[in-house]
Design a protein around this ligand. Sequence first.
Ligand SMILES: Nc1ncnc2c1ncn2[C@@H]1O[C@H](COP(=O)(O)OP(=O)(O)O)[C@@H](O)[C@H]1O
Ligand SMILES: [Mg+2]
Length: 305
Amino acid sequence: MVEADGPGDRPAPDGSSVSSVPFLSSVSATPAAPSAAALSTASGSGGGSGVPVADRSLLVQMRGITKSYGRGAAAVQALAGIDLEIRRGEMLALVGPSGSGKSTLMHVLGLLDRATGGTYRLGDRDVTRLGGPAAARLRGSRVAFVFQGIHLLPSLTALGNIELPMAYGRQPKGERRRRAREALERVGLPHLAHRYPGAMSGGQAQRVAVARAVAAGPEILLADEPTGALDRRSGRTVLALVQELHRTFGLTIVIVTHDPNVAAHAERIIQMEDGRITSDTPVRDRLFAEAEDAAPAGQGERAPA
Ligand SMILES: Nc1ncnc2c1ncn2[C@@H]1O[C@H](COP(=O)(O)OP(=O)(O)O)[C@@H](O)[C@H]1O
Ligand SMILES: [Mg+2]
């Protein structure tokens, strides 16, 4: 019963299924959230040249994080003592066999779930015990999720999908639309604003999903097997996009993957086994992906952008 790798196979802490709120819990923006554009300047303290100067301070600090499911003889220890530090602007790959705890770690990192033991600091806050609305608020302003599969709502256009999570925040509609358009531009698909998911390629849909994840201006992007459901071409395109977000906006990124080739696109690879980190190594000869499905304009749009 370990084959499902995404979050959809388990209940969210609030009892709802995570897949029913794909990114949504993650990216409802708070009024204080920086805009997508502000991200680059926020990380470019004193740069002045427009090139982001990375703030490399510690974003994530985990010490002895454990997570158990169930009790007694039936208890499963999904995380068995995780020590992990992530600096702002790093891009990590998290690899390991199915059942090794990768998704559980992503859920704890993203404040979707609480650890059983240990301590977790996110930025300047101790978030170890944080739950409920406080966790949801922090998640909304800082964390974005890209889960396996795409989860765009078929009844909404690209813009509609991107705006949806921001509807849970408090920005006025015009501001949400502005951010949605900006995010769509950032993923290179401004001409798909009014297109419905049914008329997008897999790679395009995934890029719209990425736009939705980053529209509110998060600080960390957590991607659980984002290329797992895609063909190779689309997978490379998504990887290229994630690397672009990393490079251009200094976004901190953790990407879970089974594929060593995908992992080689990160700066650092963390290997997990049985709920533990078994190695943590910098990537030599890092790979860089190039987008391959440059979107053909003018297909399937219901109205001009
Ligand atoms: N909600 C849950 N209830 C019980 N056991 C779970 C739950 N979620 C995960 N597990 C167990 O925790 C372990 C780690 O799972 P997971 O984090 O999904 O691993 P991975 O993502 O590396 O495949 C597995 O043994 C899995 O069966
Ligand atoms: Mg998993």
